[in-house]
Design a protein around this ligand. Structure first.
Ligand SMILES: Cc1cc2nc3c(=O)[nH]c(=O)nc-3n(C[C@H](O)[C@H](O)[C@H](O)COP(=O)(O)OP(=O)(O)OC[C@H]3O[C@@H](n4cnc5c(N)ncnc54)[C@H](O)[C@@H]3O)c2cc1C
Length: 491
C-alpha cells in the first residue's frame, strides 16, 4: 500500500485521558487542525485495554475525571472500568472527535526538520504526518510486562496478562496461577475466586492494603450533583484535599503517613488470622514506597481454602505447571500474569530525532530520562509529553497532572503564535535545574528511602516516574509558562 503524507498543525499520539483531554481543549479553542493517532481501533487507553474482572480506578471517580468535563452521575465512589470507558466514549461524541482520529496507526518515531520547522512523524503503516506540534499522550502503563521466567514459553495451558484478559477462556473449575500481587491482581483475585477450582498466588513482595469501603453514590446525591454544580465541586474538592493531605508523609516526613500504615496493619490483622499467612503478607518496607492498594475482599479471598500464597519465587515454568523456588511443583491449567507494565522504558518506545540528529531514545537510555516539567525536552522543539517522566503520582489523580500539562502546552502554542514564531525549545539550563531539583526531592522521599524496589524506578534505580511533591506545587510550576525557559525560532 502506498504511504500517504498528511499535514496538520497539531499531531497527538494516543487517545486515553491525555490525548482526548488535549483534543477537547484544542476543539474548545477552535484549533481544529489536529489529528490524533491511535494504534488500537478504539479510544480509551488504559480503560479500553484493562477489562479484567473487577477493574476499577483507585482514586475516587469525581476526582479521577476531567474538572472541565464533570460527570455528576458516577454511580460508585470508585467506578469500574466500563463506566470510565463510557465516560471517555461520551466525550469523544460530545466533541465530535472521531473524524480527527486515525485508528490503527502505531507511531514509530519521527524527526524535526529545522529548515521547515516541522515534525515528520512516521507510523508503522508507512504513513507520514507533517506537523508543527507533536504531543505524546502514549501513557506509561500500556506495554504489558512479562517476567523473564525460565520455561515460560513451554507452558501448554492458557496464559495471558491482566491487561490482555482472555474473556474466551473459561476459568470455571480450573487450577489457576496468578503471578504478581499488585494493583491489578488485588482487584481480580476476589472476582475469579468463586469460579476457579484452585488459586495459586505467586507473590514476590506483599502490598500494603487499606480498606476501600466502596459504595454506590445514592441517586439523591447524583441528582444534587447534577442540579447544584457547587455541591459537586465541593465534593470533588474535599476528595482532592483528603488525597493531597498525605503528600508530606511521602516527601520526607514518614511520621505523617504512619497512621495509614497502622490502618493497613490493622486491616491485615483483622482479616488474616493464620500467623504464617499474616507473616507472608506483611510488607517489610514503609507504606507509600510502592502504590498503596485499597480492597475489602482481597484478604478474605486469600483466606479461602482454595487459595495458596507462594512466596518462594518461581524457579521454572513447565508445560503443565510451575516449580517454585523451594522445588515444589504445582500443576496448573492457566497462568495469569499480573506483572505490570514496561514503564520507564515505555517512554522510549517512540524514536524522536531532534535538532542536529539527536536521538531521544538513545539519550534517555544512556543518560537517564531528562525533561523540563515532564513536558518538554531540550533539543526537541515543539514536542510535548503528557503524563511524561516524573509526573506520575502515588497519592492523587493523574488527571489533575494531565490537565496542568494541557494548560501549559496550549499556553506555549498560543505564545508561539502570538510572537509569529515557528517553534520553541526549552533551554538546557532550565531542564537541568528542574531535574536536579526533582532528584534532590526524590532522594528524600519514601520511594527512595522506604526500603522497596518498585516500578517507579528505572533499571539504574533512579525514580523517573513519580512527581516528588504536592500536586499544588506542580500546578504552580505549570500554571504559566516561564518564557525565559524557552528559545523561540522565527516563523
Ligand atoms: C488498571 C489501572 C487502573 C488505574 N487507575 C488509576 C487511578 O485510579 N488513578 C490514577 O491516577 N491513575 C490510574 N491509573 C493510571 C492510568 O494509566 C492513568 O490514570 C491514565 O489512564 C493515563 O492516561 P494516558 O492517556 O496518559 O495513557 P493511556 O490511557 O495509557 O493511553 C495511551 C494511548 O496511547 C496509545 N498509544 C500508545 N503508544 C502508541 C503509539 N506508538 N502510537 C499510537 N498510539 C499509541 C495507546 O493505545 C492508548 O490508547 C491506572 C492504570 C491502570 C492500568
Amino acid at each position: 500500500m502506498a504511504s500517504v503524507v498528511h499535514r496538520c498543525r497539531v499531531l497527538v499520539i494516543g487517545t486515553g485521558f491525555s490525548g482526548l483531554g488535549i483534543a477537547i481543549q484544542l476543539r474548545k479553542r477552535g484549533r481544529d487542525d489536529f489529528i490524533l493517532l491511535e494504534k488500537a481501533h478504539e479510544v480509551g487507553g488504559t480503560w479500553r485495554e484493562n477489562t479484567y474482572p473487577g477493574c476499577a480506578c483507585d482514586v475516587p471517580s469525581h476526582l479521577y475525571s476531567f474538572s472541565f468535563e464533570p460527570n455528576p452521575g458516577w454511580t460508585q465512589m470508585w467506578s469500574g472500568q466500563k463506566e470510565i470507558f463510557h465516560y471517555l466514549l461520551g466525550l469523544v461524541d460530545k466533541y465530535d472527535l472521531r473524524p480527527n482520529i486515525d485508528f490503527g496507526q502505531k507511531t514509530t518515531g519521527g524527526y524535526w526538520d529545522g529548515e521547515e520547522q516541522r515534525w515528520h512523524i512516521r507510523t508503522e503503516s508507512g504513513d507520514e504526518f507533517v506537523t508543527q506540534f507533536v504531543v505524546s499522550g502514549i501513557g506509561a502503563l500500556h506495554i504489558p510486562n512479562f517476567p523473564d521466567l525460565p520455561g515460560r514459553d513451554t507452558f501448554e495451558g492458557a496464559a495471558f496478562h491482566s491487561a490482555q484478559w482472555d474473556h474466551d477462556y473459561d476459568l470455571r473449575d480450573k487450577r489457576v496461577a496468578v503471578i504478581g500481587t499488585g494493583a491489578s491482581a488485588i482487584q481480580f483475585v476476589p472476582e475469579i475466586l468463586g469460579e476457579v477450582a484452585e488459586l495459586q498466588i505467586y507473590q514476590r513482595t506483599p502490598a500494603w492494603v487499606t480498606p476501600r469501603m466502596n459504595f454506590d453514590i445514592p441517586a439523591g446525591a447524583r441528582r444534587l450533583f447534577g442540579r447544584v454544580p457547587l455541591a459537586r465541586r465541593m465534593f470533588r474538592a474535599a476528595v482532592y484535599w483528603i488525597h493531597e493531605s498525605v503528600v508530606l508523609g511521602f516527601n520526607g516526613h514518614p511520621r505523617l503517613i504512619r497512621p495509614i500504615e497502622d490502618v493497613a496493619k490493622w486491616n491485615l490483622d483483622k482479616s488474616i488470622t493464620d500467623p504464617d499467612m499474616r507473616r507472608k503478607l506483611t510488607p517489610s518496607y514503609s507504606i507509600g514506597c510502592k502504590r498503596i492498594l485499597g480492597s475489602d475482599d482481597y484478604y478474605p479471598a486469600l483466606n479461602s481454602p482454595k487459595t495458596q500464597v507462594i512466596t518462594e519465587g518461581i524457579a521454572e515454568i513447565r508445560p503443565d505447571g510451575i516449580i517454585a523456588g523451594d522445588g515444589t511443583e504445582r500443576e496448573v491449567d492457566a497462568i495469569i500474569y499480573a506483572t505490570g507494565f514496561h514503564v520507564t522504558d515505555g517512554f522510549e518506545s517512540i524514536d524522536f530525532t531532534g535538532i542536529d540528529g539527536r536521538h531521544l531514545a538513545g539519550e534517555w537510555a544512556e543518560d537517564g530520562i531528562q525533561t523540563h516539567l515532564g513536558i518538554t525536552v531540550a533539543g526537541y522543539p515543539n514536542a510535548f509529553f503528557l503524563l511524561g517522566p516524573n509526573t506520575g503520582l502515588g497519592h492523587n489523580s493523574v488527571v489533575f497532572m494531565i490537565e496542568s500539562q494541557i494548560r501549559y502546552v496550549l499556553e506555549l502554542m498560543d505564545e508561539i503564535d502570538r510572537r509569529g514564531a515557528a517553534s520553541a525549545v526549552v533551554r538546557p539550563s532550565a531542564q537541568h535545574e528542574f531535574n536536579s531539583e526533582i532528584q534532590r526531592r526524590l532522594a528524600r522521599g519514601v520511594w527512595s528511602n522506604g526500603g522497596c524496589v518498585s516500578w517507579y524506578l528505572d533499571s539504574s534505580g533512579v525514580n523517573r516516574t513519580i512527581w516528588p511533591g504536592s500536586t499544588v506545587r506542580y500546578w504552580r510550576a505549570t500554571r504559566s509558562v516561564d518564557l525565559g525557559d524557552f528559545e523561540f525560532s522565527p516563523g
